[in-house]
Design a protein around this ligand. Structure first.
Ligand code: GTP
Ligand code: SPV
Ligand code: MN
Length: 601
């Protein structure tokens, strides 16, 4: 028997899966790398590739006494975030991708990107990165293979997914793997494309070296392709953290929460309850992505497909997120943060005042008081989940964890109260579908403008948003014990522009009410837009901020809400042809209730 690829060219293949070998051969012929190297995921390989990355200047060693096994990477200054305008869903018809996605015909995308990939790896190595998204052997897990010319990608994928030989073992001789091809090319933004081919279970990414654009298991497979497959196969791929909330008697309730990029998932997933909540403990299952499926017992079961955290650095410190600080103390990669003279890392919002002198994220000297940021606002850490002191003992459970509550939340300076609960599943889907949030540095573009970001999935739903809502609504018939649905907002501001709610660990107060409601043991008031806490049911003792601020954070202003509803309606205009009727009716009911409340004064 002979394969079309000779062992000399490709080093020693770690698999004899003929589908895999044929595809690698095809990609190698296109990209023309000098050599093909299979990654086994071993320690030895990590050390070798790290040394290579250091020699190439791709990684800068940090102070190994303070931060053992930690390195800094500075990306190209024009390649620092996801690029939604260069991200495409390549389905046979434009309608399938929907108005929420950029669309390119598959033939055209293969042709256009094929020209760019042609010879793109000359003089370079093509790494074969096999990985599993999800616990090994889980019926919910998926295998992907990423071919990349970036050693930074290999080292990040090694942290973010279950990478190496174990993935090949899980794949066996099956053809069922995601085919991901990535080349940095010359990092020219004019030659940058992130294309998804859901029908082929394939991803082609070219011209970037940054995070969500290139760690193909994450946003590309786990969310865009994942959501597409989920609709076909009867499960959901969501931009959600998963946490276990343990109470003093030892009972644990599992919660999933969708907040848009850079709106608090990592922080919430790692929450440490304030003193008043003795005996309560939050366990992190995941901080960014949730795959969930109706189980045979009538509940939703969820896994975190990832194995690490690609978290926002700015704002992370030992008060806001001690578990994240602990997670990045060893074996972590930092991207676009600043460096201190003694090889430590720094970013805006880290502990204490800024050091007098730093090397900024672009590698230039920086002095305290400078008007420029030392770290990029979307600078990130990549840390293994096993570093997290609050890692849930259930992360490797093949069946996942049962979800009792779903929380939606955005970054809203006005209008949206601290917390409210949906009346029922359909209303919950409506709350998720109409979520708004101020834009952040996680994607290229203007920051701080409110945009609708349904379920925090606007940049990640791999098909038409109206059909995606329909898929959500359909769960009503598939899950007997549906999770209770909530909306939260940690980011409301007072007239002085300051946040009204202290956030972070104090979010436990809201979380406890949510758990109590999910377990049917706390009261609530009905308002036109949902259930809200009775003050007696939400523990606000020993809170450091004035109770008036909390009341302001929770305030529901009928006139503001009428405008909010009008804005939601305008957003939905785009999806009119596929929007489920329930969503439209839900809006009209809420609108009528608001009008009646307005008349009452
Ligand atoms: P992605 O990784 O982009 O999907 O983001 P994420 O949702 O995991 O966001 P993350 O938890 O990293 O938070 C982003 C920013 O919001 C950080 O600067 C945090 O410090 C800040 N933040 C998180 N939680 C809170 C909160 O409760 N209140 C306030 N004011 N800021 C918060
Ligand atoms: C996000 O933007 O939601 C992220 C970071 O989690 S990235 O992987 O770059 O998409
Ligand atoms: Mn994210």
């Amino acid at each position: 028997m002979s394969t079309t690829v000779s062992a000399a060219e490709i080093g020693s293949p770690l698999s004899d899966n003929r589908h895999l070998l044929a595809w690698i051969d095809e990609c190698a012929r296109l990209c023309k790398p000098d050599r093909v190297v299979w990654c086994d995921g071993s320690e030895e390989e990590k050390e070798r590739l790290t040394a290579l990355a250091v020699a190439q200047g791709v990684l800068i060693p940090l102070n190994q006494e303070k931060l053992p096994g930690c390195y800094l990477h500075r990306s190209d200054p024009a390649d620092v975030a996801r690029v939604e305008h260069l991200t495409f869903i390549c389905t046979p018809t434009r309608e399938e991708a929907g108005p929420n996605n950029n669309w390119m015909a598959p033939d055209e995308a293969y042709r256009k990107l094929g020209q760019l990939f042609d010879g793109s790896m000359k003089g370079r190595t093509m790494y074969v990165v096999p990985y599993v998204m999800g616990p090994l052997g889980s019926p919910l897990a998926k295998v992907g293979i990423e071919l990349t010319d970036s050693v930074y990608v290999v080292l990040n994928m090694r942290i973010m997914a279950r990478m190496g030989t174990r993935a090949l073992r899980m794949l066996g001789d099956s053809d069922g793997f995601n085919r991901g091809l990535h080349s940095m090319l010359d990092l020219n933004p004019d030659r940058r494309y992130i294309c998804h081919f859901p029908q082929d279970n394939a991803i082609w990414s070219i011209g970037s070296g940054y995070g969500g654009n290139v760690l193909l298991g994450k946003k590309c497979l786990a969310l865009r392709i994942g959501s597409y497959l989920g609709r076909q196969e009867g499960w959901m791929a969501e931009h959600m953290l998963i946490m276990g909330v343990e109470e003093p008697n030892g009972d644990t309730t599992y919660v999933a929460a969708a907040f848009p990029s850079a709106c608090g998932k990592t922080n919430f997933a790692m929450l440490i309850p304030p003193k008043r909540f003795q005996g309560w403990k939050v366990w992190t299952v995941g901080d960014d992505i949730c795959w969930m499926k109706p189980g045979p017992d009538g509940r939703f079961w969820a896994i975190n497909p990832e194995a690490g955290y690609f978290g926002v650095a700015p704002g992370t410190n030992s008060l806001t997120n001690p578990n994240a600080m602990e997670s990045v103390r060893r074996d972590s990669l930092f991207t676009n943060v600043a460096m201190t003279p003694d090889g430590d890392v720094w970013w805006e919002g880290k502990d204490g005042v800024a050091p007098e002198e730093l090397i900024d994220w672009k590698g230039r000297p920086w002095k305290r008081g400078s008007t420029e940021k030392a770290a990029h606002p979307n600078s990130r850490f990549t840390a293994p989940a096993t570093n997290n002191p609050a890692l849930s003992p259930r992360v490797n459970d093949r069946n996942g964890v049962p979800i009792s509550a779903i929380i939606f939340g955005g970054r809203r300076s006005t209008t949206v109260p601290l917390v409210l609960q949906a009346f029922n599943w359909t209303h919950g889907v409506y709350l998720g579908a109409t979520m708004g949030s101020e834009t952040t540095a996680a994607a290229v573009g203007k920051e701080g403008v409110v945009r609708r970001d349904p379920m925090a999935m606007l940049p990640f739903a791999g098909y038409d948003m109206g059909r995606y809502f329909d898929h959500w609504l359909n769960m009503e018939g598939k899950v007997e014990y549906l999770p209770k649905v909530f909306l939260v907002n940690w980011f409301r501001r007072g007239p002085d522009g300051a946040f009204l709610w202290p956030g972070f660990g104090e979010n436990m107060r809201v979380l406890k009410w949510i758990i109590d409601r999910a377990r049917g043991r706390a009261g609530a008031w009905e308002t036109p837009i949902g259930w809200v806490p009775k003050w007696a049911d939400m523990d606000m003792r020993d809170l450091a901020v004035p109770i008036e601020d909390v009341e302001d954070a929770q305030r529901i202003d009928v006139e503001e809400w009428k405008r909010e509803i009008a804005d939601q309606e305008e957003f939905f205009e785009k999806y009119r042809s596929t929007m489920p009727k329930e969503i439209v009716l839900e809006r009209e009911i809420i609108r009528s209730r608001l009008e009646r409340a307005g008349r009452k004064g």
